[in-house]
Design a protein around this ligand. Sequence first.
Ligand SMILES: Nc1ncnc2c1ncn2[C@@H]1O[C@H](COP(=O)(O)OP(=O)(O)OP(=O)(O)O)[C@@H](O)[C@H]1O
Length: 275
Amino acid sequence: MAVIEFQKVTKAYGDEGDVLKGLDLTVEKGEFLTLLGESGCGKTTLLKIINRMVSFDTGHVWIRGRLLSEWDIVTLRREIGYVIQQIGLFPHMTVMNNVAYVLSLQGIQKPKQRQRAEELMELVGLPWEFLNRYPRELSGGQRQRVGVARALAASPEIILMDEPFGAVDEQTRSLLQDELLKIHQQLKCTIIFVTHDIQEAVKLGSRIVLMNKGIIEQTGTKEDLILRPANDFVRRFMGIKGFMALLDEKEMKALYQQVLEEKISLEEVYRSLTG
Ligand SMILES: Nc1ncnc2c1ncn2[C@@H]1O[C@H](COP(=O)(O)OP(=O)(O)OP(=O)(O)O)[C@@H](O)[C@H]1O
């Protein structure tokens, strides 16, 4: 079943011209969709239309078969978790209160909130003790984990993520990506994840949507976009980075380990990767 459907959606901010130019997009239940494209191509705008943080001009949007305009905004936002790069944790609240914020709005009793917060901390790989800390007492990566936990608190069916790991170092980023994949498998929720990083889009997305100046150039699996690009734009955009991202990371690491142990030479690695 389609969870989200866009039909010929356009959007302009003021009289600057359309930033979305008649988008069609269907997101199926349980998908991990990555929205990829250069800065300014309209990714965030598309994402924010889904939770009605931004309105659109023409076309139609359905969420779970119901027109977006017919949703009560509070119910809609409860069904949709939202994680952004500068997560906007409330600085004066403990991690516990941040994570349980939505639950307290729903009138859920304190012991239940605590229990859920502990479950969520486990899910995102943080110790329970951190529930007593304030956001400033955490590292950037830990704060992002709390942001993810907070977005998951009300068990939303859809999770929107806008470059959530953009501000952390590469190693932490890779760990967070691995954990997010696990969470997705476990919860079977629908995730729409905005990124301008090809490697990230390829690693995470069960399907990738490549946008360019307000249109969708291609939607498909990583193999579709990299090996069967729909046009020259897609071919050039995915390029060598896309091809490299398609190579199996674990396989490459294992091969490199053998180089470090002087069991094989770099030349042999090169030959095994290029056939
Ligand atoms: N509130 C706004 N008012 C006016 N113009 C806006 C507004 N928000 C976005 N835009 C413009 O709309 C276009 C698309 O912006 P959007 O944020 O959707 O792009 P993006 O692909 O997410 O970019 P980035 O990767 O840099 O976040 C840009 O040209 C941007 O300047």
